[in-house]
Design a protein around this ligand. Structure first.
Ligand code: 5GP
Length: 194
């Protein structure tokens, strides 16, 4: 069986990438898995350890870095986040496509190591939308919210490095576009492998 594709999804906080990924997994009809990342960020009330993230202490995280457990890792908004190799390699070897929902620094690291990954950047057409969505979500305290908003422009600067940019003004349309990109990437890989 050929190895499943690797799909990188990035975008500023408030771009709606987590919602898109959740919808994609539920509706896209492709055998996809989301790699669960490790982080030192404290869990939000709705988040479950091992489902949304592995919530680790900084010490545990750094031990795993030293042990070579991460495909990539980065400090984002003051916390450490990283993709575990086992979350990627196991499902890919079983033919699943694996989605990485990671920041722009992590995406650059993965693309260097896995040039056949497809990288998709999620954005909105208006800058105001990020703040509106983050405030509406209500998961960040005022300082964390400011930190996330301050990073939006830097993250948008990285968008041209991605293979595709998808504008998420309409959720259903954005999900359909991302699904289509992954389907076409998968078909191209299979054609070349065959
Ligand atoms: P949040 O705290 O909102 O869940 O995530 C904050 C940022 O960290 C988002 O841009 C998210 O994509 C990114 N992120 C989540 N997991 C990883 C990871 O494993 N590696 C990297 N580099 N970034 C991650």
């Amino acid at each position: 069986m050929s190895q499943g594709p690797l799909v990188i999804i990035s975008g500023p906080s408030g771009s709606g990438k987590s919602t898109i990924v959740a919808r994609l997994l539920a509706t896209c009809g492709l055998p996809l898995r989301l790699a669960v990342s490790a982080t030192t960020r404290p869990p939000r009330p709705s988040e479950v350890d091992g489902v949304h993230y592995y919530f680790w202490s900084r010490e545990r995280f750094q031990d795993e870095v030293a042990a070579g457990a991460f495909l990539e890792w980065a400090e984002v908004y003051g916390h450490l986040y990283g993709t575990l190799r086992r979350e990627v390699d196991d499902p890919r070897s079983r033919g699943y496509g694996v989605i990485l929902e990671i920041d722009v620094q992590g995406a650059a690291q993965v693309r260097q190591q896995c040039p056949d990954a497809v990288a998709i950047f999620i954005r909105t057409s208006s800058l105001d939308t990020y703040a509106q969505r983050l405030r509406q979500r209500g998961t960040e305290d005022p300082a964390a919210l400011q930190r996330r908003l301050a990073a939006v422009c830097h993250e948008l600067d990285q968008a041209p490095r991605y293979d595709y940019q998808v504008v998420n003004d309409d959720l259903e349309q954005a999900v359909a576009q991302v699904c289509d990109i992954i389907r076409r990437h998968w078909q191209r890989r299979d054609t070349h492998a065959g």
